[in-house]
Ligand binder design. Structure first.
Ligand code: HEM
Length: 427
């Protein structure tokens, strides 16, 4: 079996008062990689494209990392790899040492994201009946108005924070409205969901405790909303999911709760980070920003390029259900596989000049929304929100510039995004 690539450190110092977790995301956290993980991906892809990641203190089937486009693409559609993390002995036998996000997804509510067929097929089919292209397209005018209102408030100040003023509130409000959360509850709902999202993968014990507490409130709130809509349906997604039937089959209360929670989490920070990472990439290349402002027709390919160039979801996990050989490396049954979407999207075997931002890149077969059975359900909504946000930003602020270029990233290297992004009108 392959050993670790030279630049991957073997362990991280333990923060005081923390339990010693296995840090399965170590290769994504390696020196300097939060600011710019792409050179490290490139090094790993070149030196050891099928990399065994050291998990000190564990002798069972371990962890592997894939960085080549063709391997990532193939594994995402290969039924020999499961999304059920709990099937990996590394996860199952060490739940108390797992990062919170894995423990929760292994023990808590089981959503479609961590279900294999046939359960996945059944739940996704029912949810598809409610989360329809028509329902998403109908939101266009409303999202446009929302973007306008948020940018009006930001514009009054001259200098504004793209994350705080637009990228964070926009998807949060849209998903809350879609699910049917009344406007009077938006603030509470957003407070819980952002505490949950930021605490889930945090190394800080207080943030994790706050996330657990927020999760309790949020699940209670969603469960009450589901019970309420069962009694009195409305024109919202939760009511539509309750009504969705397939050959007399319907979603159970636990499935409705897991799906509502997944839509909220999956649809929230990812879109925030597409707008934030995308805006940073554009403003770092003023010629590309001007090009987009002058040529609005470029928007559709530009959004795909921003998804590829610095995508919000850098990786996902799979479990090998049997021994699988990739390029002469035997990945043993039970191994946990870190599938690096960010690395695949910068693979020079598929993308010419992968580290260049080319807003007209076409074709652009990026894997930012995954591939195969679990391809992102919310991709049409994310694309619509990003399109309307960038359309308004380019039209209203063609002279925008970064206040400084010292971006601070959120701690989670899988959900890659900025803490803030201060911009101002250039003279
Ligand atoms: C730019 C924004 C987004 C990105 C980059 C993104 C990325 C992804 C990726 C990579 C997956 C597949 C994960 C895997 O195979 O393990 C996924 C699945 C999923 N996403 Fe998204 N997502 C985004 C926005 C959204 C939105 C707005 C929603 C809903 C409102 C959403 C809902 C989902 C759901 C429900 C799944 C699970 C699908 C399944 O298991 O069949 N996502 N997303």
């Amino acid at each position: 079996m392959a050993s670790a690539a030279p630049n991957v450190p073997r362990s991280e110092p333990k923060a005081s008062g923390e339990t010693q977790n296995f840090d399965l995301l170590l290769p994504l956290r390696s020196a300097g990689s939060l600011e710019n993980p792409y050179p490290i991906y490139s090094l790993i892809r070149t030196v050891r494209p099928v990399l065994e990641v050291p998990v000190p203190g564990w002798d069972g089937p371990g962890m592997w990392m894939l960085t080549r486009y063709r391997d990532v693409h193939d594994v995402l559609r290969d039924a020999r790899f499961s999304v059920e993390r709990i099937r990996a002995p590394l996860v199952r036998d060490n739940l108390d040492r797992m990062p919170e996000f894995l423990r929760q997804s292994a023990q808590g509510l089981r959503s479609m994201l961590i279900m294999d067929p046939p359960d996945h097929t059944r739940v996704r089919k029912l949810v598809n009946k409610a989360f329809t292209p028509k329902r998403i397209a109908a939101l266009r005018d409303h999202i446009e108005t929302l973007v306008g209102t948020l940018l009006d408030e930001a514009a009054e100040r001259g200098r504004f924070d793209v994350i705080h003023d637009l990228a964070e509130p926009l998807p949060a409000i849209v998903i809350a409205e879609l699910l049917g959360v009344p406007a009077s509850d938006h603030r509470r709902f957003r407070e819980w969901s952002s505490a949950l999202i930021s605490g889930m993968a945090s190394p800080n014990a207080d943030a994790r405790a706050a996330a657990t507490e927020a999760g309790r409130h949020l699940f209670g709130y969603l469960a009450d909303t589901i019970a309420d809509r069962r009694r009195a349906p409305r024109e919202d997604l939760i009511s539509a999911m309750i009504e969705a039937q397939e050959e007399r089959d319907a979603l159970s209360d636990a499935e409705l709760l897991a799906t509502s929670n997944l839509l909220l989490l999956a649809g929230h920070e990812t879109t925030t980070n597409l707008i934030g990472n995308g805006m940073l990439a554009l403003l770092r290349e003023p010629a590309e920003w001007r090009r987009l402002c002058d040529t609005p027709d470029l928007l559709p390919t530009a959004i795909e390029e921003l998804l590829r160039f610095d995508g919000p979801v850098q990786a996902t996990l799979r479990v090998a259900l049997e021994d699988v050989a990739i390029d002469g490396h035997a990945i043993p049954a039970g191994a946990l596989v870190l599938v690096s979407i960010g690395a695949a999207n910068h693979d020079p075997a598929v993308f010419a000049d992968p580290d260049e931002l080319d807003l007209a890149r076409d074709p652009n077969p990026h894997l930012a929304f995954g591939f195969g059975t679990h391809f992102c359900l919310g991709a049409p909504l994310a694309r619509l929100e990003a399109q309307l946000a960038f359309e308004a930003l380019t039209r209203r602020f063609p002279k925008l510039a970064l206040v400084d270029d010292r971006p601070e990233y959120r701690a989670n290297p899988v959900l890659r995004g900025l803490v803030r992004l201060e911009v101002e009108r250039a003279a």
